[in-house]
Ligand binder design. Structure first.
Ligand code: ZN
Length: 467
């Protein structure tokens, strides 16, 4: 029996903060209270630190093919980056092969993650070809420990793109099967047309990525997905909400009492359209979808996080090297692989821009990074909570820790960081997965392959939204 005692810290949960010791036994939280007798436990001095439940990132893309290339981070480097940011569990998108089944996608992703992952992990299945056979397979996912599917309304002209009738039917099936439907909400038809027109006019630079995906394109698809889910009577998760117009659709659904979950991501707070419009081809480093927006959207996004219209903050970590990968689109912005690395910076960026600036408190910080993630992604209270019986996934957060991001000091495997030169104050001093130390003082010490698959089950949690 192994025992570990976090002593003298301040426990911070989604509900409140209080001084307490946390005793861990065999990888689980055993007790929380004042002045726990260490007996034979190994004592970790947590004084001056905030003791938080390990962060959960419900939105990562490790070792994933996109546009003829593969993401730069596999499960070894990607989960190293994650733990360096305080993340102890990820839920990654296992991508269906166009001719493959959903079960095949899960098996393929098992092969990518086993032996490499440092974090615990689960899978969503990202559907690329929603045939009748695939529809019939959706109800079999929960017994495999997979409780969510993702459907793309964007990327017309690729297999990812899904028509409304298929999306709608999948929602009906998922509703009955206890599976959560996640949508990438952008109007694929309009984007394809605008891209065609831009290229025909010789507009090939990275900033046209954003100009051909205006905010209305996201707002329209968000509204459509919400209405389809309302007709189907299905819960819905809109991922990576980037702008005020799309968020307004989510807000309206909440006013009407509809079960709509929504996620936003650090890049929409740390960067803007101006980064995409940087000189030369530099903007390619900032190409992701939905695209970076004008800064004036941020106030609405902060308010969304404050009142619970946006319940979760995921990284959408989807890393491509600048050299040879982003460069594929040097002469045509539509060929730039979409995505940014952000698993390592997610929590530090939210602390810097949200908590330090007085926009969120530390409890809201834990809610959107951990507790709400665990609830929506079907892992609560095993994950996302510091309560007896929960997995001892723990972050010792040091509000005084200072770090400046550079490509060299990142723990992933990407040849640049969009956060280059950005200074953070507040970050993880030490990180534990099921009681095992995986990160301390800037160094990843967790063993590759120590991460475990987490079986998830979705129960449509009601989350408080103050509309
Ligand atoms: Zn994504």
């Amino acid at each position: 029996m192994s025992r570990l005692l976090f002593s003298g810290g301040t426990v911070v949960t989604a509900d409140g903060s209080y001084r307490a010791d946390v005793l861990v036994e065999d990888g689980r939280i055993f007790a929380i209270g004042a002045n726990i007798d260490p007996e034979d436990a190994e004592v970790v001095d947590a004084s001056g630190k905030l003791v938080m439940p390990g962060f959960i990132d419900g939105h990562t893309h490790m070792d994933m093919p996109f546009g003829g290339t593969m993401t730069a981070d596999d499960w070894a480097s990607g989960t190293a980056a994650a733990v360096a940011g305080g993340t102890t569990t990820i839920v990654d998108f296992s991508l269906q092969d166009v001719d493959g089944s959903l079960a095949d996608a899960i098996e393929t992703w098992r092969g990518k993650s086993e032996g490499k992952a440092i974090t615990d992990y689960g899978y969503h299945v990202a559907i690329t070809n929603l045939t009748d056979e695939i529809k019939a397979e959706i109800p079999s996912l929960p017994e495999k420990g997979v409780s969510s599917i993702k459907i793309f309304m964007a990327y017309k002209g690729t297999p990812l793109y899904t028509e409304d009738d298929d999306l709608f039917e999948a929602m009906q099936i998922a509703r009955d099967a206890g599976v959560l439907v996640m949508v990438h909400a952008e109007n694929g038809d309009v984007i394809a047309k605008l891209q065609q027109q831009a290229l025909a006019q010789g507009n090939t630079a990275p900033r046209f990525h954003a100009l051909t995906r205006p905010e209305e394109v996201e707002a329209e698809a968000t509204n459509r997905a919400i209405q389809l889910a309302a007709i189907a009577g299905a819960p819905l998760l809109v991922v990576h909400v980037s702008c005020e117009a799309a968020l307004e659709e989510v807000h309206r659904a909440h006013e009407l009492g509809q079960t709509v979950y929504a996620e936003t991501c650090p890049q929409y707070f740390a960067f803007s359209y101006d980064d995409l419009a940087r000189e030369g081809f530099e903007g390619a480093k900032y190409v992701c979808s939905p695209p970076l927006r004008h800064e004036w959207n941020r106030e609405a996004l902060w308010r969304g996080l404050q009142i619970g219209d946006l319940q979760i903050f995921g990284s959408d970590h989807c890393a491509f090297n600048y050299h040879e990968q982003k460069e594929l689109g040097r002469d045509d912005f539509t060929l730039i692989p979409n995505g940014l690395p952000g698993a390592e910076e997610r929590a530090m960026a939210l602390w810097k821009l949200g908590v330090s600036e007085g926009r969120l408190n530390e409890n809201q910080f834990v809610a959107v990074l951990s507790t709400n993630q665990a609830k929506i992604h079907g892992m609560y209270p095993r994950k996302g909570a510091l309560v007896p019986g929960a997995d001892a996934d723990v972050v010792l957060w040091d509000p005084e820790l200072e770090i400046t991001a550079t490509a060299e000091n990142r723990h992933g495997n990407v040849d640049y960081t969009p956060y280059e030169g950005m200074s953070f104050r507040g970050g993880p001093a030490a990180v534990y997965v099921r009681g095992g130390l995986v990160y301390r003082d800037g160094e990843v010490v967790g063993e590759h392959g120590s991460g475990q698959f987490v079986e998830r089950s979705f129960e449509a949690p009601g989350l408080e939204t103050r509309v």
